[in-house]
Design a binder for this molecule. Structure first.
Ligand code: TGC
Ligand code: FAD
Length: 412
């Protein structure tokens, strides 16, 4: 059994603060195969803490943010206080929880909203992780504690207007000039871009693709928010623009000399969180559909009594349970440092595809009520369209796996 002291200290302290201050709303959870027995006491406690936080502080406000197309900024320091940002990293004020606990955090945040999990994913896996894995000690000491506390926000710029699935073709350039670099180019679809204090930016140099830290306010660096989204509305998505943007040599992440591979290693961290997060979104849809089906009466009986409705509910339960099992085993492998990136691809691909289908089935069960935001289903259904595309589209993960098992690349 893991201890609540030691590496879990920050999160554990936050747990007790949190439980003392907020009322509990019941969410029965979904554990058909008794996975709870496989989690440690610490992992269950962390899961319950995040579940309670989401019930009390996220669910009451999230529909309004979704309608308005805004991110609940006031939750950022709260996520930091609870130890949920970069929670699987060690030191620098990070909670240092197990990979399974980290996954459970992502699952519960996404039960609230994919935008909230995206915020935590980008902050932890795509901003903090590259600094942690590829940065200098000075960069780590400077940024990680503040990012962990939610005092500062980070973003990750890999995708470009003309290079999404194929980041190796990126055209953003960092050219050596004097004691630094000059950046030119743009990045598109960047989560947290306009609110980020620091952007991890991937650019082509004479030595290959490298990662740089670009601070907000650097002359030549600007960001604009993308509006008109019908998915992930409670999340900020932006374009980053670099026009003769001068950055010092100290901005380079020296460990990123592995080139694109370094960027892809960051994606592995985020894809792992998405695999778990998709389970949370699916569970929220299943929960809503089951409750609705038991309460809604047609032809003088609850619609849950109809075979076709039961078939949908059973399909949802089955796919969620399979996804949970996949996540748990992947978490064990990751904890042991043995998770292959192709295994992470399989979990992201499978769990998102099934969550997307589960959300559609839930929407069907709710009938007309399924298209209004009085219920969370339509919001999750729309959000899952983004999950299907970002962090490697469903098709790209299919081809990653196809290449792995055949030895033949369908990309080239
Ligand atoms: P390829 O030749 O396959 O790989 C280059 C080198 O990298 C190694 N590698 C990986 N290493 C670690 N993790 C991975 N996932 C890796 N995939 C590949 C590979 O072994 C090789 O190493 P080496 O030592 O031999 O050089 O490169 P490729 O150019 O053929 O590309 C392959 C492909 C298409 C799979 C890759 O480009 C890809 O994954 N594309 C999808 C792009 C993507 O996922 N973008 C996501 C942007 S960030 C985002 O969406 C954030 S969402 C925010 C949120 O969560 O809210
Ligand atoms: P494209 O690559 O143009 O693909 C279009 C279609 O073609 C897809 O169906 C794709 O699967 C298919 N396709 C492409 N190549 C092949 C092939 N070889 N074989 C078969 N089919 C193929 N990026 C970041 O860097 N940082 C972020 O923080 C970030 N946040 C995001 C937030 C949101 C809300 C969204 C929607 C995206 C975000 N992204 C981010 C970008 C995301 O990673 C890209 O959208 C994704 O990688 C796909 O790129 P694309 O949209 O350009 O699609």
């Amino acid at each position: 059994m893991s201890s609540l002291s030691g590496r879990g200290t920050l999160l554990s302290q936050a747990i007790f603060h949190s439980l003392a201050g907020i009322s509990m709303e019941p969410f029965a959870g979904l554990d058909y195969y008794r996975l709870d027995e496989l989690y440690s006491d610490e992992e269950r406690l962390i899961r319950e803490t995040v579940r309670t936080f989401v019930d009390a502080e996220v669910l009451p406000i999230i529909e309004a943010h979704h309608r308005q197309g805004t991110f609940p900024l006031h939750l950022i320091p709260r996520l930091g206080e609870l130890g949920l940002l970069g929670a699987n990293l060690r030191g620098y004020g990070c909670a240092g929880v197990s990979e399974v606990a980290y996954g459970l955090i992502m699952q519960e945040l996404e039960r609230g909203d994919s935008g909230l999990r995206s915020f935590a994913s980008v902050q932890g896996a795509l901003a903090m992780y590259p600094i942690y894995a590829f940065g200098t000690e000075a960069q780590q000491k400077d940024w990680l504690p503040r990012l962990a506390r939610g005092e500062k926000v980070g973003c990750f710029g890999l995708t470009e207007p003309d290079h999404g699935s194929d980041p190796a073709g990126m055209v953003t350039k960092a050219v050596r000039r004097g004691d630094g670099y000059v950046l030119n180019g743009s990045k598109l679809w960047i989560t947290n871009g306009t609110i980020a204090d620091v952007a991890v930016v991937w650019a082509r140099t004479e030595e290959g693709i490298r990662g740089f830290l670009v601070e907000k306010g650097t002359p030549g660096f600007s960001a604009r928010e993308i509006h008109g989204k019908f998915s992930l509305r409670a999340s900020i998505t932006s374009e980053l623009i670099f026009q003769d943007c001068r950055i010092p040599s100290a901005s380079l992440l020296p460990g990123s000399e592995q080139g694109l591979r370094a960027a892809l290693m960051c994606l592995d961290q985020a894809r792992y969180g998405i695999a778990w997060g998709a389970v949370g979104a699916a569970a929220a849809c299943y929960d809503a559909a089951l409750k609705y089906a038991k309460a809604r009466v047609q032809f003088d009986r609850p619609i849950a009594g109809f075979q076709l409705v039961q078939q949908k509910l059973v399909r949802m339960l089955t796919e969620i349970t399979k996804a949970q099992l996949l996540c748990h085993r992947l978490g064990q492998l990751k904890e042991a440092g043995q998770a292959r990136h192709t295994q992470i691809s399989l979990a992201k691909m499978n769990n998102v595809e099934n969550a997307r289908e589960i959300a559609r089935l839930a929407r069907e069960i709710l009938g007309a009520a399924g298209i209004v935001d009085e219920y969370p289903v339509i919001r999750h259904m729309l959000n899952l369209e983004t999950l299907y595309t970002y962090e490697g589209t469903h098709e790209i993960h299919t081809l990653i796996l196809g290449r792995d098992i055949t030895g033949l690349s369908a990309f080239a």
